[in-house]
Write a protein that binds this ligand. Structure first.
Ligand code: ATP
Ligand code: MG
Length: 219
């Protein structure tokens, strides 16, 4: 069965957290543009070096670069059930994606601004997997270590307050229109809440309309 989805939402709206729960419950492939870029930065690849100059300023990486990067990553996914997280983020990217692949569903996480600002402060990530923790409400079992691998967690350099404000501004200006793009296609589902726990059951119920039978006992 094919299922191709995109998850949208402002920075720190919980895309990563909700995505991991989707992966766990439905077993699909997850491709997160930001996670992939951060791995490239950590490994100091040419892609990482170029992307870093934008990311550290809270700016979006240019469309032509991102479209090529994600197209290449998508090619490596053999499965036809996948979830894209962090891409597309501009109308240009959304149109480019739509030309190569139509989507079944788009999930948009709507989280209040004050929650977002609070959230990034305590956020820690496991770089290789993209797993996200928060000291205030979703702390790792061992402080500073990933629950699954025991490896070190890090704080993102672009999670400092000044850069977060820039990212939110870029979101409003460039990514908000992407939500409208998918609304016009009739595939947009919006989820409001202050926490991922509040949002998750609603997301799960929507996806189970598309992917029935996946680990049904846990749904
Ligand atoms: P969160 O991870 O909390 O959801 P976010 O959506 O701002 O927040 P990422 O998706 O991890 O963060 O992206 C981090 C940075 O990587 C962005 O600020 C941007 O500079 C760059 N980036 C990631 N995806 C794209 C994209 N599709 N187009 C352009 N730049 C991107
Ligand atoms: Mg993310």
């Amino acid at each position: 069965m094919a299922f191709r989805a995109v998850i949208l939402g402002a920075p720190a709206s919980g895309k990563g957290t909700i995505s991991s729960r989707i992966v766990k419950a439905f077993g699909l492939e997850h491709l997160a543009s930001g996670d992939k870029l951060r791995v490239n930065i950590a490994q100091n690849t040419p892609i990482g070096k170029e992307a870093k100059t934008y990311i550290e300023k809270g700016l979006l990486v240019p469309d032509d670069f991102m479209v090529k990067f994600i197209a290449n990553e998508l090619k490596q996914i053999r499965s036809s059930t996948w979830l894209l997280d962090g891409f597309p983020r501009t109308i240009g990217q959304a149109k480019a994606l739509w030309e190569v692949q139509k989507l079944d569903v788009v999930l948009n996480l709507v989280v209040p601004f004050d929650v977002i600002i609070d959230r990034v402060k305590g956020r820690w990530v496991h770089l290789p997997s993209g797993r996200v923790y928060n000291n205030n409400f979703n702390a790792p079992v061992v402080p500073g270590k990933d629950d699954v691998t025991g490896e070190d967690l890090v704080q993102r350099e672009d999670d400092n307050p000044t850069v977060v404000l820039k990212r939110l501004e870029q979101y409003e200006k460039l990514t908000r229109p992407v939500v409208e793009f998918y609304k016009d296609k009739g595939i947009l589902n919006e989820f409001e809440g202050r926490t991922s726990d509040e949002i998750w059951p609603k997301v799960k119920s929507i996806i189970s309309n598309f992917l029935p039978g996946q680990k049904i006992g846990k749904l």
